[in-house]
Design a protein around this ligand. Sequence first.
Ligand SMILES: Cc1cc2nc3c(=O)[nH]c(=O)nc-3n(C[C@H](O)[C@H](O)[C@H](O)COP(=O)(O)O)c2cc1C
Length: 193
Amino acid sequence: MRVLVLHSHPVEESYGRALYRTTCNALETAGHQVDGCDLYAEGFNPVMSAEERRIYHDYPENTLPVQDHVARLKAAEALVIVTPIWNFGFPAMLKGYFDRVWLPGVSFALEDGRLTPTLSHIRKLAAVFTYGSTPLRAFLAGDPPKKIVKRVLRAQIRLGAPVTFLAHYDMNNCTEETRQAFLDKVQRKMDRF
Ligand SMILES: Cc1cc2nc3c(=O)[nH]c(=O)nc-3n(C[C@H](O)[C@H](O)[C@H](O)COP(=O)(O)O)c2cc1C
């Protein structure tokens, strides 16, 4: 499958980047065609301009500022998101990617006020997240990133597509063992993606 792997971590030597590399390598070894999109490394601009907001609903003109990313998203048959969780959401870099690239006409159609998902070419979705907080604290906060994956993004891709949610919670108390165990788990899941 053609797998778009979205990644958002500013630090080259971070655990998050190690998770991204493990994900891409395992998918490639399993025979998938991987499009690794490391947003920081690519210098993605996550800020929507005033002009982009004005033409937000005007497909296909709205896609012109992010044509390349729209083409990559449209070519994807599966999507994997590898990111740390910041303020119980995505880092601004990744949030801005969704704001600027997942546009009307690209990820959904809006006709007469009715919204229809349009990413039915994406037939698998996986998330690889790291949280500082414990699972309980994240649960009590409503765990918005998990809901974005399991409810929001799931609703935009092919109906019934499998969704894999992998998270290392409690990074504030992680050890070499917990980090390695999670890397191994990600590797195993991607081996069989
Ligand atoms: C700006 C910022 C905001 C954060 N906000 C949260 C948060 O709201 N909830 C949480 O569980 N962890 C939060 N964290 C902790 C990160 O999730 C944690 O540092 C990261 O997952 C560890 O992975 P890394 O070592 O690869 O960066 C935050 C960290 C940063 C830097």
